[in-house]
Design a protein around this ligand. Structure first.
Ligand code: FES
Length: 647
């Protein structure tokens, strides 16, 4: 007689097991990750699974709850005391009695809340670097003079298979008290980043401890975003963000590097500022999630190279000048306390690797999240900030570069430009005939031509125009003939519309005439042209490197990408021609990458390996870049066709 066949979902792993095998053991043998803290004693409740009933003809399995053992006394007791949701079973207690399709519930679904405007929900399979392991330790015996810690290690090896365990020295003075307090039962948090690394006991609690959390954090030059996540369920329990206090030392990255160069205490002050902000965010997410700091055992960070260096306390001066040398490009793994992060005293920190001097761990995070290296199709991944970080590739080959777009896309260097904040115009439409505009203001429900707009706008004011609206207004001006292919505001249109104003020798478009006059000037159009030409030239350079004429799919990462309309990005030629439905904003993809690396240490190896294989292109060293830049100044472009745009 052949053994029953068991299929685990969503991983799709399958195998045959003798009748009577606990489902948890089967999962272990197949490498399916099912959490378990109590080691199969039916007390932690972390090993829950669900049987999918039905005829899975494709797999040759008829699965039913009759093919799993009924709840035994231990499981019944757990269900009574702690309650088990309908249909859920404890996989450590339930045994295989026939063919089964077993669902391992994945709470770690990164949903739209976490990744704003995410292209799709994604399930992160869990396999964190830190595990909780409960053991019952033998009491001391005069005849066997083995230390308390050593007897605990024996049980951790016996019950959990951990050999060659190290222990964080800070725990040594506490071991005896903890063991006695727990009446010879203890929960150990064990950190192991990879299978080749020695496992380390990083924390201990008396008795059964059933809480373990981690942080995933993206340190941007403007904002810092953090998620607090249960390492046991994968659930995001709280998320928060704050502005980067380093802004007071300089708006953009280069001005912060100059600050360090000019001020002897500059580096220290900025490191302190960012660490302080991170610590305050930890307070916030802990409060919101009702979690104690000491239950946070792991943390993962992504950041651009300069933020990455400053956070680690490294002087970023070398990144301000050629050859843009990183102090460390590989992933960094250390104790959280080493970077003054006070979580559990044994908590760990991991920073994703940086790709190049201008393409940081944030781009690595976005790459991990969107996965060009997992695709057959050619994917373009763009994160637009003061520098655009660009990754292009597929399964076989991936290249990356950054391009100096400048701050125009963020509203800086634009006459009426401002950051995206209440009062900023964020959307613009122009009437093709009359050239009259209608627009939307951040913080105001209605469009400017709708009822109630005036009263509502009274509160916020109309203070300026932010990045997304600049792109839209310039694109609309171009579409309706107000600006030429070369980007010249056409004075001839002044006869047609009072919106076209002469300002000296050039012309402007009057977008709003109120308490504050908001115009789009010839210089503004130029600034946008320069920024978009830099972005496009960078993309084009990478396309040439890979020898491709088109890309199959485009992902816009970052805040800017969430707000711009792909259609307008293409009208202006920010991005190459592509099916519009294939252009997607993916929100904070870098943060999603951090979350993936937090919840599954396999993703750490994946991105480390991918980053070493990514070919780094330095735009400043490419003689051809200048020509590509000049060609890209025209709207949408001088040399490249945009067939899908015409359609
Ligand atoms: Fe703890 Fe099953 S492993 S309840």
């Amino acid at each position: 007689e052949i053994d029953p066949l068991v299929l685990f979902m969503p991983s799709g792993k399958r195998g045959r097991f003798p009748v009577g095998t606990p489902v948890l053991d089967a999962a272990r043998q197949l490498g399916v990750y099912v959490e378990s803290v109590c080691g199969g004693r039916a007390t932690c409740g972390r090993c829950q699974i669900e049987v999918q009933e039905g005829n899975f003809a494709k797999h040759g399995i008829v699965s039913s709850n009759d093919h799993i053992s009924p709840p035994g006394p231990k499981e019944k007791r757990y269900a009574e005391v702690r309650t088990l949701p309908e249909g859920r079973r404890l996989s450590c207690s339930a045994t295989i009695e026939g063919d089964l399709v077993v669902d391992v519930p994945q709470d770690a679904v990164v949903n739209a809340q976490v990744v704003r405007k995410a292209a799709s929900d994604r399930v992160i399979e869990r396999n964190p670097a830190v595990h909780l392991c409960y053991v019952e330790v033998d009491e001391p015996d005069m005849h066997k003079p083995l230390g308390d810690l050593d007897r605990m290690k024996v049980m951790l090896e016996k019950d959990w298979g951990y050999t060659d365990l190290q222990v964080e020295p800070y725990l040594l003075p506490q071991v005896q008290k903890i063991l006695r307090k727990g009446n010879w039962t203890v929960t150990a948090a064990i950190h192991r980043d990879s299978d080749t690394q020695r496992p380390t006991i990083i924390a201990l609690w008396p008795g059964l401890h059933n809480e373990a959390y981690g942080l995933a954090c993206d340190i941007g030059s403007t904002t810092i975003a953090m998620h607090l996540v249960s390492l046991l369920s994968g659930r995001v329990v709280a998320s928060s963000g704050t502005s980067n206090p380093q802004i007071r030392f300089g708006e953009d990255l280069m001005s912060r590097v100059s600050y360090v160069m000019m001020n002897p205490d500059g580096r220290e002050a900025m490191t302190k500022a960012v660490r302080h902000a991170v610590s305050e965010l930890v307070d916030q997410v802990c409060r919101e999630g009702g979690v104690a700091r000491t239950d946070i055992l792991d943390s993962v960070f992504v950041a651009n190279p300069i933020m990455h260096h400053l956070f680690l306390g490294i002087d970023p001066t070398e990144l301000g000048q050629a050859p843009f040398a990183l102090a460390v490009s590989g992933a960094v793994s250390c104790a959280a306390r080493d970077i003054e992060l006070s979580l559990n005293p044994g908590a760990r920190t991991y920073l994703l690797p940086c790709i190049a001097g201008h393409v940081g761990a944030d781009a690595a995070g976005a790459t991990l999240a969107e996965g060009p290296h997992r695709q057959d199709r050619m994917m373009l991944l763009v994160d637009v900030g003061t520098n655009a970080e660009i990754v292009l590739g597929n399964r076989t080959r991936t290249v990356a570069a950054s391009s100096p777009t400048g701050p125009a896309f963020e509203g800086a260097e634009i006459s009426c430009g401002q950051r995206a904040a209440p009062g900023a115009i964020e959307r613009v439409r122009i009437d093709a005939q009359t050239l009259e505009p209608r627009f939307k203001v951040i913080g105001v429900e209605q469009w400017s031509d709708e009822d109630g707009f005036a009263e509502a706008a009274e509160k916020t004011g109309i203070t300026g125009i932010c990045g997304s609206a600049i792109i839209e207004v310039v694109a609309e001006m171009y579409l309706f003939g107000v600006i030429s292919t070369d980007g010249v505001v056409d004075g001839g249109m002044a006869a047609k519309s009072p919106r076209i104003l002469a300002t000296g020798r050039t012309f402007s478009y009057l977008l709003h005439d109120g308490a504050q006059t908001i115009t789009v000037t010839q210089n503004d159009v130029r600034a946008i042209q320069l920024a978009k030409a830099a972005l496009y030239a960078g993309i084009k350079l990478l396309m040439e490197k890979l020898g491709v004429e088109t890309v199959d799919t485009i992902r816009f990462a970052g805040a800017f990408g969430s707000f711009i309309d792909p259609k307008y990005a293409m009208v202006l030629g920010l991005i190459p021609d592509c099916e519009l439905s294939e252009v997607k904003a993916v929100g904070n993809a870098a943060g999603t990458g951090a979350l993936m690396a937090l919840l599954n240490r396999g993703h750490r190896r994946e991105i480390e390996d991918t980053v070493t294989r990514i070919e780094k292109i330095e735009t400043a060293l490419e003689p051809h870049f200048q020509q590509l830049f000049i060609d890209a100044m025209a709207l949408p472009n001088k040399v490249d066709p945009f067939p899908r745009l015409a359609a």
